[in-house]
Design a protein around this ligand. Structure first.
Ligand SMILES: Cc1cc2nc3c(=O)[nH]c(=O)nc-3n(C[C@H](O)[C@H](O)[C@H](O)COP(=O)(O)OP(=O)(O)OC[C@H]3O[C@@H](n4cnc5c(N)ncnc54)[C@H](O)[C@@H]3O)c2cc1C
Length: 352
């Protein structure tokens, strides 16, 4: 057993056990398995909230004892440090979904999984608006935090669609400790942005305003979007990642810059810039957060030196990080059958 849990004072531990149940509070829980990157050290304390009410009580309990906490969705947009998290990680497993067909609304607790749970419920009921986000790993809470987005609908893909377009309202716990319902405007949504980046508010549940649609067209969009993603993104089950590592640079493309600098296939330790997508790093072989940090810094240095652009990470860094890995960057060849963006462009050209 690690010694990290001694960082939580006994009195705090007792209070939390009383509030959350002694058999529901775990100590020294490795966080890697709870993230899509499969990287990260242990949380001192770990609790799984199964309902929005449990989530509310857990947040209030942590705030009541002044213990740092982190609310975890499916961990698809974060890198957890190798040192883990000092405090309480609350995993949001509040997943109840309630269809309100008379008003074309879908209510969901904030730990509900966007795909398949939320999207299949909506599409099965003939309600349109969420199908564009098929295949993106996310809870409802994470989707509102980052304003989930995707280039859709096919075939034109003329614009980026945002989840804010279908958010009607949400039940939140404010940073001041008030539980209330807010409308979509409260969130001040932007690209990869919402008020949740700037205030310690937590989404407990959200209501989506959808519109009647034909199931056939929605299934067509879902199939096309899943296919689009399959061709460009590394498969999460064999090549874990956190999606795009760097923020979009309008009109330039972070991935394009990385590709242009010849960084595809660059590896440090077990972390690699995948040949499939220049802005995605994968955990190829037991990568540590220190490997990912070193690879991020290396890519930033090369891109800044060669193009003058400053790449900024899009993912959030959670917990304690050790020094970046000192391994020398090296390049691995493209695995057979893998297509780069350039390969796909050539294929498209040949087809026209
Ligand atoms: C392979 C892959 C592809 C991706 N493709 C896309 C894409 O096409 N479009 C896109 O937009 N994103 C994409 N992403 C990024 C990711 O899916 C989204 O950012 C997603 O919304 C993260 O949700 P999550 O539940 O995993 O949140 P987490 O990563 O667990 O948490 C992210 C942040 O949200 C906060 N948070 C979580 N729940 C709540 C809540 N209830 N209230 C307040 N704050 C909360 C957390 O505390 C944390 O700060 C991709 C990621 C991967 C791994």
């Amino acid at each position: 057993m690690s010694t990290t849990s001694t960082a939580v004072p006994a009195e705090v531990l007792r209070t939390l056990r009383d509030a959350l149940g002694p058999d529901r509070l775990y100590r020294d829980v490795p966080l890697g398995p709870y993230t899509t990157f499969k990287i990260g050290g242990p949380a001192d304390l770990f609790y799984e909230a199964r309902t929005a009410d449990e989530l509310y009580h857990a947040l209030q309990a942590a705030r009541g004892v002044d213990l740092p906490f982190f609310l975890l969705g499916v961990g698809a947009n974060i890198l957890v440090g190798d040192g883990g998290f000092r405090g309480l990680v609350i995993r949001n497993a509040a997943q109840h979904v309630d269809l309100r067909p008379d008003v074309h609304q879908l209510w969901a607790e904030s730990g509900a999984i966007v795909y398949p749970d939320l999207i299949e419920t909506a599409v099965g009921a003939g309600l349109s608006g969420l199908e564009h986000y098929v295949g993106i790993p996310s809870t409802v809470g994470g989707a509102l935090w980052q304003n989930l987005h995707f280039l859709s609908p096919p075939p034109a893909r003329e614009r980026t669609m945002f989840i804010e377009e279908v958010v009607h309202s949400a039940d939140i716990l404010t940073e001041e400790g008030e539980r209330r319902t807010v409308g979509v405007d409260y969130f001040e949504f932007g690209y990869d942005q919402s008020i949740l980046h700037h205030r310690d508010d937590v989404v407990l549940a959200a209501t989506f305003q959808l519109t009647p649609g034909t199931e056939e067209r929605m299934r067509e969009i879902m199939a096309a979007n899943l296919d689009w993603r399959r061709k460009r993104h590394p498969p999460l089950d064999t090549e874990p990642s956190a999606g795009s590592i760097f923020k979009k640079i309008e009109g330039v493309g972070a991935g394009r810059l990385i590709d242009q600098c010849g960084l595809l296939g660059t590896r440090i330790g077990g972390a690699e810039v995948t040949h499939r997508h220049a802005n995605i790093m994968i955990n190829r072989d037991g990568a540590t957060a220190a490997d990912v940090q070193a690879l991020i810094a290396h890519v930033q240095d090369v891109v800044a030196r060669e193009t003058g652009y400053a790449l900024e990470p899009e993912i959030t860094f959670i917990g304690d990080f050790h020094a970046p890995s000192k391994s020398t960057p090296h390049q691995v060849p493209k695995p057979p059958g893998v297509l780069t963006a350039a390969d796909r462009a050539k294929q498209r050209q040949a087809a026209t």
